[in-house]
Structure formats: C-alpha cells, structure tokens
Design a protein around this ligand. Structure first.
Ligand SMILES: *Cc1c(COP(=O)(O)O)cnc(C)c1O
Length: 375
C-alpha cells in the first residue's frame, strides 16, 4: 500500500457524483423546464411508484424534506398534545423536533453501545398510558433490530414510524427499512444515500388510509380544491427533484455497494487497534453506510480529529451532544448521566470520510493518517 500525503480527503463529496451522471441529469432537468409542469404531474407520480416498488411497499407519498415526512407521519396518526413518542437521543434534532412540533412529548431511551441505535430492550420500560408511537432511527445507515422492535410495539399497541433518513436501501433480514414499521420516512437531502439537488422527502406505507391522509395533509388539508377540512401544510417534492431522483434511484444499489466496499476496507485495516472501536453490523442487518463512525477512546477524540485535519483528513462528529441534554429540551428534565451510553458515544464518535467515489488512494490516506495519529 502506498502512502500518499499530499492531498486532502473531504468528509463527503457530492459534486463528484454529479459529474458521473451529468448528461442524464441535464437532459432530464431541461425536459422538466420545457414541460411547464413544475409541481406535481407525471414525473413526481412516476418517482413515487418507483420508490414504493424499490422499498417494497404499496404507497409512497413524496414531500418537501425528511423532517416534513416525520411531521406529516405524526399528524396523519393524529399524535399531538398529551401523547408521548419514544425515540433515541442520539440522532439529528429533526427526529425529536417533529414530536415537539405536533405538541407531543419526546421520551428518550438510551442507545445500544455497538450500533448507536435505540436499545430495543429498554423500550418497554419507557411505555406509559400516553405512549402512542416509537420512532426508531436507522442511524448511519445501520438498521435497528426491527424484528425485536415490532414485537415490543405489537405487545403494547404502538405505532412504529421508521426514520430512514440515513438508510435508504438498508434491510433487516431481507426486508427494506421503511417497509417494516407502519410508516417509513425518508430524506433526499443531498448528502443522504439517495440525495436530490435540493430538499426532498418521502413517506412509505402499506396502509392506503394513512397514505390518503398524508396526501390530504401535505396539500393544505384540502380534500377538494378550496374545501378546507383540517389545518395542513404545503409540502411537495417538485418535478425537477423527482426527475433527478428517478435517475439516481437506478444507481442507488451500486453506490450503496461502493460504500460497503469502503467500509469493508476500513474494517480490514482499522480493526483491532487499541483505543479505537470500529462499527459492527448486527447479524440480520444489512446497512448502507451513510457514515462510517468509529469511537476513539480515552478522551482522545478531539485531539485525533485535529491531528487528522492537519494531515488533510476531514472528519465529522455526529453527534456532539445527545438530544436529552440539548438546551431546547431542558424542560424535559433529563439529568447529566441519565442516558450514559448515548452521552459517552457523543464524546467518542468520529465519522471518517465516506462516499461511494472515495478512491483507494484516499482510503489509504485516511487509514495511515489515523494509525499515525493514534501511535
Ligand atoms: C437528515 C435527517 C433528517 C431530516 O431530513 P431533512 O430532509 O434534512 O429534513 C431526519 N432524521 C435524520 C436521522 C436525518 O439524518
């Protein structure tokens, strides 16, 4: 392996992917521009069908973002004031924010040390008479043990809304995430595995009544034009993004596989280094590696990050502070140390450069720099 020192490795690079599909994307975008159908229409409907088929569900409703997908899902289920929703504290703020936005209360359950995902074994103890739903997050592209979670949910009559924002294409025992719970919520933010050239989101379900309600709520709560029956929102995926996503969906499995190859190689060279823990996949889970997140032990994470930076290796910290300890959730009364696994993770995690086009040379630079910095 040749060590290369003279270039910098970005944490992600979405421009490179665009250059690969530039001709196809340009043609599709020009076609939308010439069509005059910028909102709704056959291209959006076509993408919804293709995405539903890809995930393995009967219904897909597109919307403006992953955040809106989660918000609309809660609204469609009439979850609001007086209700509780269980979720993980180790996620992007959007997951909990929407629970608050509909007037319900987020209840945080600690995470599993190995996967960084909600610890399914702790969910039952957090259920009260107010609990209506659970939002598992398939963090970094790694699926939650959905068989175990669905068992808990069934026993307690809870709805499961999967936050699949980082995990498009991942599966649990062959079943794609977003098709296992009652509702799946996806983000097409540019850095996600299936990213648009702007904002976008989708909701998947096998329940036609929920899908109908979602379509109603995302168009201002109008059943018929100008007949308003409920307060809704305006949340649409526009035709240009749908056209781009139709193209990118055809490449998704290929790109996810390239991410997997990067992960395999990182694992091969970084496994069994003292002071460093590499991510592991659970048996049954097939992740899509939105992030490759290691743990740096012994309080060395921040210094390792700056040493890597000096060598041109850009890394990210997802997430530096768990949600239970965010100022905005002070009112929920969580104490320092109450959810210790998430708290410790927030101090140790470091996400290495990860994108499908990451070259072997770049991977080597990351691997050798990290070994160097730890030595
Ligand atoms: C990105 C993300 C979201 C929100 O998606 P947007 O499209 O940015 O609104 C929600 N949950 C998780 C876990 C995410 O990573």
């Amino acid at each position: 392996m040749v060590q290369s020192l003279n270039h910098s490795v970005p944490a992600f690079d979405i421009k490179q992917q665009y250059t690969i599909i530039e001709a196809e994307v340009s043609a599709a975008v020009l076609e939308v521009l010439a069509s005059g159908r910028y909102i709704g229409g056959p291209i959006v409907a076509g993408f919804e069908q293709q995405f539903a088929a890809y995930i393995g569900v009967t219904e897909c409703v597109t919307c403006n973002s992953g955040t809106d997908a989660l918000f609309l899902a809660l609204k469609a289920l009439n979850i609001g004031a007086g209700d509780e929703v269980i979720t993980t504290p180790f996620t992007f703020i959007a997951t909990a924010e929407v629970i608050s936005a509909v007037g319900a209360k987020p209840v945080f359950v600690d995470i599993d040390e190995t996967t960084f995902n909600l610890d399914v074994n702790q969910v039952a103890a957090a259920i009260t008479r107010q609990t209506k739903a659970v939002i598992p997050v398939h963090l970094f592209g790694q699926p939650v043990d959905m068989a175990a979670l669905m068992n808990v949910a069934k026993a307690h009559n809870l709805v499961v809304i999967e936050d699949c924002a980082q995990s498009t294409g991942a599966n649990w025992v062959g079943q794609k995430v977003g098709s296992i719970g009652h509702i799946g919520c996806f983000s097409f933010y540019p850095t996600k595995n299936l990213g648009a050239c702007g904002d976008g989101g989708a909701i998947t379900t096998n329940d036609p009544e929920i899908a109908a309600r979602l379509r109603f709520l995302k168009e201002h709560g109008q059943k018929n034009r100008y007949l308003c029956e409920e307060i809704g929102v305006n949340s649409r995926l526009d035709a240009m993004q749908a056209a781009i996503l139709q193209i990118k969906l055809r490449y998704l499995d290929f790109w996810n596989n390239q991410r997997r190859q990067v992960a395999v190689r990182y694992h091969q060279y970084l496994n069994q280094i003292p002071g460093l823990i590499v991510p592991q996949e659970l048996a049954g889970g097939m992740g899509v590696w939105n992030q490759y997140t290691i743990r740096v032990q012994d309080n060395k994470r921040d210094s390792i990050q700056s040493l890597l930076q000096q060598r041109g290796v850009n890394t990210m910290i997802y997430y530096p502070r768990p949600l239970d300890l965010q100022p905005v959730y002070e009112n929920l009364g969580y104490k320092d140390g109450q959810l210790p696994v998430a708290q410790q993770a927030s101090q140790e995690v470091l996400s290495l450069p990860m994108f499908p086009e990451l070259s072997e040379e770049q991977q080597n630079h990351v691997i050798y720099s990290l070994k160097d910095c730890l030595a």
